[in-house]
Design a protein around this ligand. Sequence first.
Ligand code: TYC
Length: 111
Amino acid sequence: MADDGDTDHGTGDDHQVGIATKTRAKPKKPSQFKVLMLNDDYTPMEFVVLVLKRFFHMDLEQATRVMLHVHQKGVGVCGIFPYEIAETKVNQVMDFARQNQHPLQCTLEKA
Ligand code: TYC
């Protein structure tokens, strides 16, 4: 196997070759995103509760509370996550709603 890289497995050759890295004085926390659920007139309440239980690990009581909040106020927070996880949740909810032919909408907002 050709190996002209320097991964330095203790060959005694300590010159540095590779990717330059820089340490932040103040490491930034990964930014957080709210996953928002939007109200609509057609998605059944039971389906929204199922979504909150399935994708946001809420129990029946918590899921019902969040669903009713969205139903009454128009929008509600399902959870706050790092960007990639929040985006995955939105896609999972939208795919599941589409598969079941409900117009339920879910979106992201910077926390
Ligand atoms: N408004 C819907 C109804 O009356 C219920 C609903 C709640 C829909 C929350 C979407 O995000 C939602 N059937």
